[in-house]
Structure formats: C-alpha cells, structure tokens
Design a protein around this ligand. Structure first.
Ligand code: GLU
Length: 429
C-alpha cells in the first residue's frame, strides 16, 4: 500500500498500487497549478462534503442474518446534486468511495452537466447472494441512506455489481417510503419505469466515440485501426461492438478468464457480453488466446482497459505497445503508469472524459423523469454524440493551448468550471 504523502502531491515516489483516493488526489495536485483557481478552493476540493456509513442487515434465504457495511460519499455539489454510481463489491471501502466520488465531480464538470460528484456501495460479493437476497439488501440499503439521497440532492446509478434491476428495487423502496413514485431518485432504471433508452450502452458508446475522435486527432481512420479491449461487461462490450460496426479491427477482448485473440478481427457480436452470459469470452472459437496481462501489451492502435482499476501500473506501463489508451474503466491507470506513458508519448484519454457517456445519459434520464416524457433512442444518441464532441473539443483545446497531457487537460476544464462556481457562490458563512 501507499507510503507516499498526498497532501502536497509532490513526492516523486509512487506506491505500487494506489487507492482511488490517492490517485484522485495526486491528479488534482498535478492539475491545480495549471488553473487560475484559488488555493482555498483547491483545498476544499481535496475533501468530501460527507461520507455516510450504514449497517445493512440482511436475512439470508436460510434464515440467518448478516450485516453488511454500506457507504455513500458525497464529494461536491456546487454545480448541482451529487451524482454517481453504487457498487456491490467485496473491496468497497469508504476511501474508495471518496476517490470515485471526486472523479464523478470532474466527470460531470467536463461534460458540463449540472451535477456534482457522489459514489457509494455495499461491501458484498453479489455472486454470493441469490436474486431475492440482492433485492432485500438493495431495499434495506436504500432505506438506510434515504435521508442522504433524493432527486434534488444525490442521485445514485448503476456501477460495478449493480444494474437496471438493482435501480428498480432501489427506486421502489425509496418511493414506497416517501409515499410517492419518485423515478428521478436514481438513474439507470429499466425504461418501463422511467429509465432512458440507450442508458445501458452509453458508457461504451462514449468510449467508442472518444476512441474514434482520438484516432482522427492522430491522423488515423477508425476503419484502419486495430483495437484491444480488456473487459467484456457493459462498457467493454458496447465499445468493442460499436468500433467493430464502424469498421475497426477488434483483435482482442477479454474477461476474467483471459482474452480471445484474432489478428484478422473478432466477430464482437458473436461473443457474449458479461450481461448476456457471464465469463463466456473464452467459449468463443478464437484462433488464439491471451492472458489479460498479454492483452495490455498488444501492439494495437487503441487499447481500452474497461474492466478494473489499477491494471496499467509501473510494472507494465513500459510494455504497453498501443498508440493510444482510452480508459473505459474508472481509474485503470495508476499515477506511476501515467507518468511512464506520458514520458513515452503514449496519449491516455482519461476515464472522466471517455466513459462519461453513462452519466450524460443519466442526466438525460433525470430530465425525462422531471418532465415525465420519454425520449426516443435516436434523440438520446444524437444528444450524447453532440455532448461528447463538445467535451472532446473543450479538452482538446486545453491540450493544444497548454501542451498538457489529456488527463491534465480534462482536469483543467473541470476545475475551471467547479472553481468558478465556487468563487461565484463564495464560502458560507
Ligand atoms: N457509475 C457510472 C460512472 O462511473 C455512472 C454514474 C451515473 O450515471 O450517475 O460514471
């Protein structure tokens, strides 16, 4: 674990594996000198507004009772309600939730959405629970954090280990207790109860759009590009399939068991995504297979890490042969790896821009819920495309104007928006 200090972000030594909070704080410290934002504002942004911890008792199917720990971290709401996902994962910690909530603040600001940053979760392996147990756990967690959240206060969404069904149970539990149907309390719901068309595919779609723009920026056509994708869940599978549809050669995709590899290009629609059939990538009849580590080292035009955090580290950053890295997961590149890739002139398009399609369509969903009017899929995808392109342009302008790496440029865009909102509102009292 970390031995480095984070307050000043100035130490040169990086920990082998950083926590999300350590990475987020270091990124903030690295970007801060590039913006004209008051030191007091930067200091405030190093700390969350609050972190709520709750006990979540669950009656198991066998009648025994277990108590799980849940969290909701709220980083900043100067631009609007806290917004961000809920994880069901055995490694959820309060610190991880805070780091991820900071990334949500920047992600929403890069996209110019009227939201701040939040993140939460329950320390549980959802694979150990039956569907009925998951439902009871979700409902009780919703009740335990009911006072903390709300459609104008803090709006959760799916994240690792949660999905549209989880959001439906959550919305129902909240609505039953409040005495009124409140679709806007969460996003990522099934469309039949106020979810948005296209929300499920949105993070993968934005990764594909950003990968296409990055290729264009570096004078390549998507039709000539080779792509490797780590992770075949919602983000990885949707990104891979869209790039495949646009003519790219997706040569490798993986799940926890390893990668299917075909230099002539995989049929990405024939490989089941995690949602369609868990851990089924290796059932595809590919001419070659690779380990997840080998996939990260493929000599491709675009590498998309879309599984876990901290997969590109000081140990393997020198072996990354891709021309561009587009971050599908949240936090797949450690600070040490970022520094190595920057040194080697390998551009890394950051998570807070690349996978921001999820929260952007969450915003569309929230608007649809307020208006009680559903948008057709075409409108969702058109508005997503146009918002991704304008965020891409804002970040590109900073890359060009200041000669910054893409992550620092995205932070500059976000920090200027959050910082100027804080300056305008002032510090109360
Ligand atoms: N969990 C997603 C993310 O990390 C989506 C958050 C949301 O839609 O609020 O961006």
């Amino acid at each position: 674990m970390a031995t480095n200090t984070l307050d000043d972000g100035e130490t040169d030594e990086y920990a082998e594996t950083e926590s999300a909070l350590e990475t987020a704080l270091r990124q903030l410290s690295e970007a801060a000198p590039h913006v004209d934002v008051d030191d007091g504002v930067i200091e405030r942004l190093k700390h969350p507004t609050r972190v709520v911890e709750v006990g979540v008792p669950l009656e198991r199917d066998d009648g025994s009772v277990e108590v799980y720990t849940g969290y909701r971290a709220q980083h900043d709401d100067v631009r609007g309600p806290y917004k961000g996902g809920l994880r069901f994962h055995p490694e959820v910690t309060a610190e991880e939730c805070v780091g991820l909530s900071m990334w949500m603040t920047w992600k929403c600001a890069v996209m110019d959405l009227p939201f701040g940053g939040g993140k939460g979760g329950v320390v549980v392996d959802p694979k150990d629970l039956s569907t009925a147990e998951k439902e009871r756990l979700t409902r009780r967690f919703a009740e335990e954090i009911r006072d903390t959240i709300g459609p104008k206060r803090d709006i959760p969404a799916p994240d690792m280990g949660t999905d549209a069904q989880t959001m439906a149970w959550f919305m129902d539990a909240y609505s039953m207790q409040e005495g009124e149907t409140t679709p806007g309390v969460v996003t990522g719901k099934p469309p039949v109860i106020g979810g948005s068309e296209g929300r499920e595919e949105a993070p993968g779609r934005s990764v594909a759009i950003v990968a296409r723009e990055a290729l264009r920026y570096y004078d390549r056509a998507v039709e000539d590009a080779t792509v490797a994708v780590q992770g075949f869940g919602s983000v990885g599978a949707n990104a891979a399939r869209l790039l495949d549809d646009w003519g790219a050669n997706v040569v490798a995709v993986s799940d926890v068991n390893g990668a299917a590899y075909d230099t002539t290009g995989l049929d990405t629609h024939a490989i089941p995504s995690h949602e369609e059939e868990p851990e089924a990538v290796m059932t595809y009849d590919a001419p070659n297979t690779l380990t997840n580590e080998e996939l990260l080292e493929l000599d491709v035009d675009v590498l998309i890490p879309a599984a876990l955090g901290n997969v590109i580290t000081a140990d393997n950053a020198n072996d990354v042969e891709a021309d561009v890295v587009v971050e599908g997961a949240n936090g797949p590149t450690t600070s040490a790896a970022d520094a190595v890739l920057d040194e080697r002139d390998v551009p890394v398009i950051p998570d807070i821009l690349a996978n921001a399609g999820g929260v952007t369509v969450s915003y569309f969903e929230w608007l649809q819920d307020i208006n009680r009017r559903q948008w057709p899929l075409e409108r969702v995808n058109e508005e997503l495309e146009s918002m991704m392109l304008s965020a891409w342009d804002d970040v590109r302008a900073e890359v060009e104007a200041r000669g910054l790496a893409w992550r620092d440029a995205a932070y500059v865009v976000a920090l200027e928006r959050v910082g100027s909102a804080k300056a305008a509102r002032g510090l109360w009292p």
